[in-house]
Design a protein around this ligand. Structure first.
Ligand code: A2P
Length: 281
């Protein structure tokens, strides 16, 4: 078994497993992404907000990998939703990444209480950027079911992905179900629960012992077995190698269900609630 590619609703494909560089300091990013390439990663998830696109670009340039061997996602910053600024921002990102085109460009947050509640025109702008050839695919992040419903109703274009917080203590099932119902792919952020406790949960620990894998590997495999894209962050090379070493086992349906049973609903959420998150840098 190896890192499979999943076909998106626009016909392009994405590796199911990658590296997320949220909270990787800019000064460390080139080294971390280079380490990831060395141990087999071929999918990098960054964002304008993370402030480390240059480091991702430097690692890609130094890697010697062909452009079509590396899948690159970036995301629109919260202060760039207005049409002209959104367009300019992707050009700036491409410059920082050293690329002519990214593989996937996302609206990072819907910000329903900002910009007069208008994330539909932001979505239209992303579609224009795709049509202009600056990104292969476009999608959204942190969209709740009603946000997804609205952009699809208004534009008829279904985002390729919806990247949302998902881990066993916050299974986010209603949003996952809405994403799948629309024909978009779920990308699960913070699959290790950001230190929220899953890594020391007794159910996870018991499964890790039974499968002869680490607890992090069990959590990542859970996301993969549910069909989600996953890109755990680590700055440590040995953990980068550990995290991608999840293609020699699979959880049984019962074990997938046991982990889903750990869901605490809203109490398990680690990040902001997208309905009220309004932060603009
Ligand atoms: P570090 O960068 O020091 O390795 P998530 O992707 O869910 O946000 O989780 C990222 C957090 O989990 C980071 O704090 C990261 O720390 C830590 N982490 C990443 N991989 C592992 C692992 N295999 N075992 C334990 N902790 C990990």
């Amino acid at each position: 078994m190896s890192n499979p590619r999943i076909t998106l609703n626009d016909g392009s494909t994405i590796p199911q497993f990658g590296l997320g560089v949220w909270q990787v300091p800019a000064k460390d990013t080139e080294r971390v992404v280079s380490d990831a390439f060395e141990v087999g990663y071929r999918h990098i998830d960054t964002a304008q907000m993370y402030g480390n696109e240059e480091g991702v670009g430097a690692a890609i340039a130094a890697s010697g990998l062909a452009r079509n061997e590396v899948y690159v996602t970036t995301k629109l910053n919260n202060n760039r939703h207005e049409r002209a600024q959104a367009k300019e921002s992707l050009r700036v990102s491409l410059d920082k990444l050293g690329l002519e085109k990214v593989d996937l460009f996302l609206i990072h947050w819907p910000l329903p209480t900002q910009y007069g509640g208008d994330f539909v025109s932001t979505w239209e702008t992303l579609i224009e950027l795709r049509d202009a050839g600056l990104t292969t695919s476009v999608g959204v992040s942190n969209f709740q079911p009603d946000h997804l419903d609205l952009v699809v109703e208004k534009t008829g274009v279904v985002p390729a992905v919806n990247q949302v917080e998902v881990h066993p203590y916050f299974a986010n099932e209603a949003t996952r179900a809405a994403t799948v119902r629309h024909g978009a792919l779920v990308e699960a952020w913070s699959p290790l629960g950001q230190g929220g406790g899953e890594l020391s949960d007794p159910v996870v620990t018991a499964l890790a012992e039974r499968y002869g894998k680490t607890r992090a590997q069990v959590l990542l495999r859970w996301a993969i077995d549910r069909g989600d894209v996953v890109f755990p962050k680590s700055t440590r090379k040995e953990r980068l190698a550990e995290n991608i070493d999840v293609f020699d086992f699979a959880l049984t349906a019962d074990d997938v269900a046991a982990l889903a049973g750990l869901d605490k609903g809203e109490a398990g959420r680690q990040g902001p609630n997208p309905d009220v998150f309004d932060w603009i840098p």
